[in-house]
Design a protein around this ligand. Structure first.
Ligand SMILES: O=C(O)CCC(=O)C(=O)O
Length: 278
């Protein structure tokens, strides 16, 4: 695919100067980085070494030993297939609410994760890192008091189509008790990465109603982002990436190892602080 990646600084065709990737070490990651994403003054924040090598190694040993059974996203919708542990909200849509099975699976997934990983919990470590940065813990988003599941373990080895994630467009404005999110961020922290491929691309382009003819399963034909400014990021094991998930994004296929992340969304609302869901 032809992509228009970050132009050189000072270039006459420099594109949007606020659409750049910012890299920070985990101990320097702070509220300002999250605010920059929420305000749209940075395209993505790459956080180095958010999860410790020991935690990643121990979590992978348990996953390789089959401690958690990975299911796949609904294959009628998601192709190439993506494996996951934990229910993803966009697999359960029934009109403007999730199907009843979602709540049962959410409860069960929390119990199973606790039993299988205990203190070797990449989700807990990711939330601790976000809490240090933001100053307060992000809370699960809720519907009529019920907490949504957050912290999918997701394995994307064969890439992901160009797509965008916007819970407001999927479910309408009344899903979350705290009101519709003003901004939605994707959070991924990798427990394992593959030596080849697996680059994440984020385009400075949101969904428009006229994009409908380019729809392809859960994603879109690559023509939807032709000529748009793009950042490309390939983070390593233990690193995390945050970006506005309403911007079109895609993942290159990878080879030579498992590309596995703890993944969830963060939303910021008028009547809520930071909330999370998967
Ligand atoms: O795995 C990635 O790099 C990004 C995954 C993704 O599409 C998302 O978080 O919405």
């Amino acid at each position: 695919m032809q992509v228009n990646t970050d132009p050189a600084p000072g270039s006459l065709h420099g594109g949007d100067e606020y659409f750049r990737t910012r890299f920070v070490e985990a101990d320097r990651f702070d509220r300002g980085d999250i605010c920059a994403l929420l305000s749209g003054t940075v395209a993505a924040v790459g956080i180095r070494r958010l999860l410790s090598p020991l935690l990643c190694a121990e979590a992978m040993a348990r996953l390789d030993a089959g401690a958690l059974a990975l299911d796949s996203y609904d294959r009628r919708r998601v192709h190439p297939p993506v494996a996951r542990f934990g229910p993803a909200l966009n697999d359960f849509r029934e009109g403007d609410r999730p199907a009843a099975a979602y709540w049962t699976q959410a409860r069960r997934a929390r119990q199973v994760r606790r039993a299988a990983l205990g203190r070797v919990d990449p989700f807990g470590a990711a939330v601790a890192g976000l809490t240090r940065a933001w100053g307060r813990p992000p809370a699960p988003a809720r519907n009529q008091g019920r907490p949504f599941f957050a912290g999918t373990l997701r394995e994307i080895n064969d890439g992901a189509l160009v797509h965008c994630d916007d819970v407001l467009r999927e479910y309408g404005p009344h899903l979350f008790d705290g009101g519709p999110p003003i901004a939605q961020l994707a959070f991924n922290a990798w427990i394992s990465t593959a030596p080849e491929g697996g680059t994440t691309r984020v385009w400075r382009r949101r969904w428009r109603p006229g994009d409908a003819p380019l729809r392809k399963g859960y994603g879109f034909d690559e023509r939807v982002v032709a000529g748009e400014q793009c950042v490309e990021v390939a983070m390593g094991r233990g690193d995390a990436l945050l970006f506005d998930s309403r911007n079109f994004h895609a993942v290159d296929p990878s080879t030579g190892g498992r590309r596995l992340a703890v993944a969830f969304f963060l939303g910021f609302g008028c009547r809520s602080d930071l909330v999370m869901w998967s």
